[in-house]
Design a protein around this ligand. Structure first.
Ligand SMILES: *Cc1c(COP(=O)(O)O)cnc(C)c1O
Length: 394
């Protein structure tokens, strides 16, 4: 494998050119290696591979050239030394924690995490003696107050879903390091095209590759990135427990990465235009978007992110009835909670993604009945405005 990270190339070049060396056929597009195992030249070579004295592939639960190509490409984009690819975003979070934490350890996490992450922390990790405390994402001092002597990990998602609140990655990494803990950032919403947490001091980056890295809603995938030494036990967990990324999915996401920068900039341009337009609409009481000067953390957004990203949340006057009316009046947008796709999606968080938590907890999280979240895709923004206009007029 060529060491592309040494080359003086820009992100868009690395996203296209990092990968597998050509096979004997001289193919231009990266080859996909659909094989579960690999053969050896001799008994001695088999022994050397298994013993670790000779590098190389053994079995696809451990490594596969297509998966390795995806890992190398995402690693250079995030500025990481090492990447462990996983079967999904949740497999990435699980592998990270199973690799690095033990019974008796403590996690500090933001209240506004992805729903399945909260489920993992509260219902599964708790059974294995790993406890989690939750704090307000934007309240940096609250993070420090929540730290205990056994805190090993600070876990953050920024911007948050659906309120687009931001966590200050540089400040949180300083707090983590002051207390001998690690900072992990779920960079799903921004991707390295907009935000590179490792350069801001984070120790670990987590991805659901299912979202923007694939970018077209085709496959599940995930990744954990950081230094090789730190992530060795995470790779060890994957190799033993088996939540490995398939070669097919790795190939799809590998090709998705080639257009990542273009797509993220286009998602952000469309989202900024739509968010600004929504602010002008009479029945819209509030718009949440980090790229708007009205966002309470606009200064931090400018410092930490290249653009605002593709997620826009807004509140319509008239509660659930009015919000559902907007959803049901759309003809173009897909009514689904998924995000990170070229197709625009619209969802009512209070009755879908955040429908299972109690009304009190929802109110505490700032999620109201009139709130809608749009994951802005790459259709014409004029068509998206027209699609919302009818519902907003009612
Ligand atoms: C979707 C998502 C995940 C989980 O990823 P899967 O690929 O669905 O397992 C984790 N974090 C965030 C922020 C997500 O949006």
């Amino acid at each position: 494998m060529t060491d592309f990270a040494d080359r003086d190339w820009q992100l868009e070049t690395l996203a296209i050119r990092t990968g597998i060396d050509r096979t004997q056929f001289g193919e231009h597009s990266e080859a996909m290696f659909l094989t579960s195992s690999f053969v050896f030249d001799s008994a001695a070579q088999a022994a050397a591979r298994f013993g670790g004295s000779e590098p190389g592939n053994i079995y696809a639960r451990f490594t596969n050239p297509t998966v390795t190509a995806f890992q190398d490409r995402l690693a250079v984009l995030e500025g990481a030394e090492f990447c462990v690819a996983t079967a999904s975003g949740m497999a990435a979070i699980t592998s990270c924690i199973m690799g690095l934490l033990s019974a008796g350890d403590h996690i500090v996490a933001s209240k506004s995490l992805f729903g399945s992450t909260v489920q993992l922390f509260n219902t599964i990790l708790s059974r294995f003696g790993i406890e989690t405390s939750y704090v307000d994402l934007a309240d940096t001092e609250a993070w420090e107050r929540a730290i205990k002597p056994n805190t090993r990990l600070l876990f953050v998602e920024t911007p948050s879903n659906p309120l687009t609140e931001l966590g200050d990655i540089a400040a949180l990494s300083a707090i983590a390091h002051r207390h001998g803990a690690l900072l992990a950032v779920d960079n799903c919403f921004c991707t390295p095209a907009l935000q590179r947490p490792l350069t801001l001091g984070a120790d670990i980056v987590i991805h659901s590759a299912t979202k923007y890295l694939d970018g077209q809603g085709r496959v599940l995938g995930g990744a954990v990135l950081g230094s090789k030494q730190l992530l060795e036990p995470v790779f060890g967990f994957l190799r033993t427990a088996g939540p490995t990324l398939s070669a097919f999915n790795a190939w799809v996401i590998l090709k998705g990465l080639e257009t990542l920068k273009l797509r993220m900039e286009a998602h952000s341009r469309n989202a900024l235009e739509l968010a600004g337009w929504l602010e002008q609409q009479p029945n819209v009481s509030r718009v949440f978007y980090p790229g708007l000067p009205s966002h309470p953390q606009y200064a931090l957004a400018l410092r930490q992110q290249r653009f605002g990203g593709g997620i826009v949340t807004f509140e319509v006057a008239g509660g659930r009835e009015a919000a559902w009316c907007v959803v049901d009046s759309t003809r173009l947008m897909s009514i689904t909670a998924n995000l990170g796709d070229v197709k625009t999606t619209i969802t009512h968080p209070a009755s879908t993604t955040h429908g299972r938590i109690t009304p009190e907890a929802r109110t505490a999280a700032g999620i109201t009945e009139g709130m809608l979240r749009i994951a802005v895709g790459l259709e014409s923004v004029e068509d998206l405005k027209r699609d919302l206009k009818a519902g907003l007029a009612q």
